[in-house]
Write a protein that binds this ligand. Structure first.
Ligand code: NAD
Ligand code: LMR
Length: 327
């Protein structure tokens, strides 16, 4: 039997947590032969900790063979201790009429503290994936606290946007979802993100050729993907949860699968015109479990460059807004 992976999850009793934990414990994230220990972290709020007790009871009641232990705590230094993966979900979600960046001042603080504690107590091979919004900039804040763990270990999730874009292309083309490949997200997890239809293929042919409707690709397609989170909040009265948890399973699964090419927000090194030291979505290739290289040679036309410039500007503005939080 393999040694269990320690997976710390913040916001474990929240909406996303409730969809996520059971997938991790069932083997969907790390594979059907990889045991896990869940280290569940909640805010020190009575209601949240009580809810967490119930979630842990349900995990027990699933009798998952791969689940080798559960820690439940409101102390981040206990929850992140020796963690191999730190999944940072716990943060306020936005409500109707808000943008994700409106959460920055409240949520940003959480990531200062957690970045510092992860750097102090997590395993030497720790990887961090940020979901709490605004995910890119929160990830940058957490990474800014780290002295021991390199910045590449800190990633933010744009996989939900990739999955959304894949489905929208398949629906428009009237094909099975699996026919759509190589659709990647550039930039911020916000309405400015760019779903780069130019690289995508449908049934092995360029997606733009199959769809043959540039106005739709540049207009409603980008808009639907970019504003999907708000559409879900308007319809459900709460932000996406099951699809977000699913995307996090995909994000980590792809990061531990050698050869996978997928969208991740990572520290920019200037590729594609992103400012250095913003966390920008782009395609990466997994080279070893938990390790990736950015793919920096994809062709971008003028439309794509203009979209990337806009999403980069937003990331730079968010960074300026939290300048006092970054070490
Ligand atoms: P939720 O309110 O249902 O749950 C959040 C949980 O986090 C709560 O239980 C809360 O007590 C806990 N929490 C708050 N501060 C904490 C802290 N310091 N440490 C540990 N736990 C803490 O919210 P949710 O629907 O689960 O969403 C969580 C976050 O994920 C939100 O910021 C939301 O906007 C974001 N989100 C991101 C994506 C994405 O694609 N990146 C998708 C969906 C949601
Ligand atoms: C989403 O994209 O569904 C999440 O980021 C939640 C939100 O606020 O839109």
């Amino acid at each position: 039997m393999k040694t269990p992976i320690r997976v710390a999850v913040t916001g474990a009793a929240g909406q996303i947590g409730y969809s996520l934990l059971f997938r991790i414990a069932s083997g969907a994230m790390f594979g059907p032969d990889q045991p896990v220990i869940l280290q569940l972290i909640e805010a020190p709020i009575e209601k949240a900790l009580k809810a967490l007790e119930g979630v842990v009871m349900e995990l027990d009641d699933c009798a998952f063979p791969l689940l080798k232990g559960v820690v439940q705590t409101s102390d981040a230094s206990v929850g992140f201790k020796d963690a191999n993966w730190c999944l940072l979900v716990g943060a306020k979600p936005r409500g109707p009429g808000m943008e994700r960046a409106d959460l920055l001042k409240d949520n940003g603080k959480i990531f200062i503290e957690q970045g510092r504690i992860i750097d102090a107590v997590a395993a030497a091979d720790a990887r961090v994936a940020v979901v709490g919004n605004p995910a890119n900039t929160n990830c940058m804040i957490a990474a800014s606290q780290a002295k021991r763990l390199p910045a590449e270990r800190f990633t933010a999730m744009v996989r939900l946007d990739q999955n959304r874009a894949q489905t929208q292309l398949a629906k428009k083309a009237g094909v099975d979802l699996t026919e759509v490949k190589n659709i990647y997200i550039y930039g911020n997890h916000s309405p400015t993100m760019f779903p780069a239809y130019g690289h995508a293929t449908i049934g092995g042919k360029p997606a733009a050729q199959v769809i043959n409707d540039l106005a739709w690709l540049q207009g409603p397609f980008c808009e639907t993907v970019g504003k999907r989170g708000a559409a879900i909040i308007a319809a459900r009265g709460a932000s996406s949860a099951a699809s977000a948890a699913n995307a996090l399973v995909d994000h980590v699964r792809s990061l531990v699968t050698i050869g996978a090419v997928h969208s991740v927000a990572i520290k920019s090194n200037g590729a594609y015109g992103f400012d250095a030291n913003v966390w920008a979505g782009m395609p990466v290739r997994t080279t070893a479990p938990g390790t990736y290289e950015p793919i920096t040679n994809y062709f971008l036309d003028d439309f794509a460059k203009q979209k990337i410039a806009a999403t980069n500007k937003e990331l730079v503005d968010e960074r300026s807004f939290v300048a006092d939080m970054i070490k």
